[in-house]
Design a protein around this ligand. Sequence first.
Ligand SMILES: [Zn+2]
Length: 419
Amino acid sequence: MKLARYSMGIGDRFGRQGRAQLQALQAVCAAGVPVVPVWNKSFREHSIIHSRPMDTRRAADAAVAAEKWTGGYHVDADHISLKNVDAFLEAGDFFTLDVADHIGVAAPEADVAAFVARHRDLIGQHKIDGLAQPLQVTAEALAASACKYLCAVREAGKLYRHIAARKGAGTFVTEVSMDETNQPQTPPEMLVILAAIADEQIPAQTIAPKFTGRFNKGVDYVGDSNVFAAEFAADVCVVRHAVRRFGLPENLKLSVHSGSDKFSLYGPIAEALLRFDAGVHLKTAGTTWLEEMIGLAEAGGDGLALAKDVYRLAFGRFDELCGPYTTVIDVQVSRLPSVAKVNSWDGSRFARALRHVPTCPDFNPDFRQFIHVSYKVAAEMGPRYLDALQAHEAIVARNVRENILERHLKPLFGVLAKK
Ligand SMILES: [Zn+2]
């Protein structure tokens, strides 16, 4: 199973927006850039919502049938480990092997020495196509990288073989993810990691490094986008080099775990893809759920009342809801509007505070991030929430579609269509 050149991880927490999301993808395909959707939902999301991976599979299959989508599509077991992979085996055909927890677990000295001996040719200067400066790897740096990453890559190998033994090799897409950690991986480290992945014989089609800067959920990048641009371009070149050098799958590409809405990075990413004729997997978070809230607010009446109720109930559970996400959000209670204030808003005002239009004076990034992690409250409402989505389907779907198409697909992939 081969992943297409361009793919996008789409979240759909409640499994109701598959069709609207596919409509957005149809539009960009019609413009000449086929982008393959990958429904991603992590173990954490499933546990909070009490859904199962097969629910995601069924929602994806149904949306594909209803929209007569003829392109490829996948269901991603997102950020899984050996502890929870089994629940995803049946539904998934894309596995994001999260081994970030094993980064920095020192590999046994003998293993490091064996790795260094095997990859002695990595020591020195490497002229890599596309890079202005050669990549420099000293003997010390090679040993240090091996020590830092070997355990993580071996864990990925274990996890890959666990899945392959049960599903059959070649029947799924493998991603190795190292993004949920504090320190970014440098391009020289990337080269070492890819050598180790090849040693483990993991047929990785995507690799998700931790990039420089902060990737908070649902809001724009925090950091210097020029630094990101240089790092991303270097990683693209290193990946291409590693494919040839280590015999990794020829379609191996970077996966950007964006946490959604990294608008200021879409330009640099598109530029690098064009320059180096490369593919990318862009993983977004489940911000589709925020579009559901925006649609409900805009619907007014019971829809708006429900959106306000979600905020009121969530506000009283701030610590509990933010807890699982502390490393990927930046929300301060003091910057949130009071419940009374929000209750005084009309639907349009509520939507403007939530919708990610950074230039809009009413946009509140704290409000947006906080609602983003408050989906547990909507999940607890059960039928009341799902029935409201049904009742206001048209306006919700329009927001979902426009968000994906106008704010994500066109800025990133639309640029590629023109060339
Ligand atoms: Zn991630």
